[in-house]
Ligand binder design. Structure first.
Ligand SMILES: [Zn+2]
Length: 427
């Protein structure tokens, strides 16, 4: 698997100038290529593709020699980025997101990420260097000691980017993963907003983790500041002052959410004996725009789905962290998992605010728990590799009756049923 390490770099003033000159050239190429595509679309011309634009690069360099300053593969990558931007735009439109926007022209303040793919870079002990042909100032950056591990791994790509007036280098390298073996133990996870994780394993044991909501702490503060900011004259010093704090708070909120997701996914993957983790195939977007939710609740839910950081990202974290330790994450069809009673299979009308399922068959269970049990049932019944389906159901009945079960050291999560996730600091 490929991993990427982001390292902050501290270019000297001369180096910074070189970086900006190169970035500017990349930015212009991006904008020209975008203009070409837009014009072609307007005039009904076909065939303006990535391949065509890449083949045009040598001609452009002949006419305007300053484009030779940039390493050739970096320029090609800029065109690839544009192509990818277009592709994602079309994909979004195709999936029904009508408010998807065309790629935009980049303004003068925009620092274009420079990607050195396969060649043009050199990573040595505590040093990263990339090539350019602008002047004789080398683009060499010192890397802190703790990153020296990357020297003996296979490095695929080096890219330089800037964020909030700070510079970073991202190094992508290849690592070998242990191979995945199905050990007959499974864990099904239902993801949600209130309880980010509701899991059940094949021994019928549940794990519920409440979601941390840093946005609940930060959001009122941000709103207050935004109100004060908007009373000032736009772009005045006072406005800028408030704007800076608003951005700082927003970043803090986003970072804390991400941090929580990283830590939780790591714990989940490491604390289970199961080698296979089953998660529902998410459609977070449809959750946010669901019109079936009553109006007064819709606002809160929309905000929640957007602010808790996408659950899709959480699945991504789970997937790659599992892969790193030889486990596997499977996305499985979760249609109607929260509507179907897991005992008798009857479909109930379960709008999103209804938290408890009350079935005529006597089954009373929270929505999330029911959902993950159904998910597990479905997976086990469709994958005949393992015969533990009945065993799972027996275990489940056993725990559902409320009998105390002697915890066996062979199974379990390391976390008790009702115990919350290890506390992560908010604020
Ligand atoms: Zn039922």
């Amino acid at each position: 698997m490929q991993l990427t390490q982001q390292i902050r770099i501290f270019p000297t003033l001369e180096q910074e100038e070189v970086l900006w000159v190169l970035s500017e050239k990349c930015r212009l190429i991006y904008n020209f290529a975008l203009a070409e595509r837009r014009n072609a679309y307007k005039n009904g011309v076909k065939g303006v593709t990535y391949r065509k634009q890449q083949n045009d690069l040598p001609t452009i360099k002949e006419q305007y020699p300053e484009y030779k300053w940039v390493y050739s593969k970096v320029l090609q990558y800029v065109l690839k980025t544009l192509n990818a931007d277009y592709k994602s735009f079309f994909a979004l439109r195709k999936n029904g997101y009508q408010d998807a926007q065309l790629p935009k022209f980049k303004g003068t303040q925009y620092f274009t990420t420079m990607v050195y793919n396969q060649s043009g870079f050199k990573v040595e002990k505590r040093k990263v260097a990339v090539s350019h042909f602008y002047n004789d100032i080398p683009l060499e950056f010192v890397v802190p000691e703790k990153f020296s591990f990357i020297e003996d791994t296979c490095i695929k790509q080096v890219s330089i980017f800037s964020k909030d007036e700070r510079y970073f280098v991202a190094i992508t390298y290849e690592v070998e993963d242990p191979s995945y073996i199905d050990n007959g133990r499974y864990q099904a996870i239902d993801l949600g907003i209130t309880n980010i994780v509701t899991a059940v394993n094949t021994t019928g044991k549940f794990l519920v983790v409440k979601n941390k909501r840093p946005d609940k702490y930060w959001h009122p503060r941000i709103i207050k500041l935004q109100a004060r900011r908007d009373k000032c004259i736009k772009c005045s010093n006072r406005w800028k002052h408030f704007d800076r704090i608003v951005k700082h708070y927003q970043k803090k909120c986003a970072d804390q959410t991400k941090d929580f997701q990283h830590k939780l996914s790591k714990k989940l993957v490491e604390n289970t004996k199961a080698h296979t983790i089953i998660v529902g195939d998410l459609k977070v977007k449809s959750m946010a725009h669901s019109t079936k939710v009553p109006k007064h609740m819709r606002k809160g839910l929309n905000r929640a789905t957007q602010n808790t950081g996408s659950l899709g990202r959480f699945v991504h974290f789970l997937t790659y962290k599992a892969k790193r330790v030889g486990k596997s994450t499977i996305e499985f069809d979760e249609r109607n998992t929260s509507k179907e009673c897991y005992v008798c299979g009857k479909l109930h009308d379960m709008p999103i605010w209804k938290r408890i399922m009350n079935c005529e068959c006597g089954n009373v269970i929270t929505r999330d728990k029911n959902s993950c049990v159904v998910l597990m049932k479905r997976y086990l019944s469709q994958n005949a590799k393992w015969t533990g389906y009945q065993e799972f159901l027996d275990n489940l009945r056993y725990t559902a009756k409320g009998k105390t079960r002697v915890p066996s050291p062979k199974f379990g999560y390391g976390l008790e049923d009702s115990q919350e996730a290890p506390s992560f600091r908010v604020g």
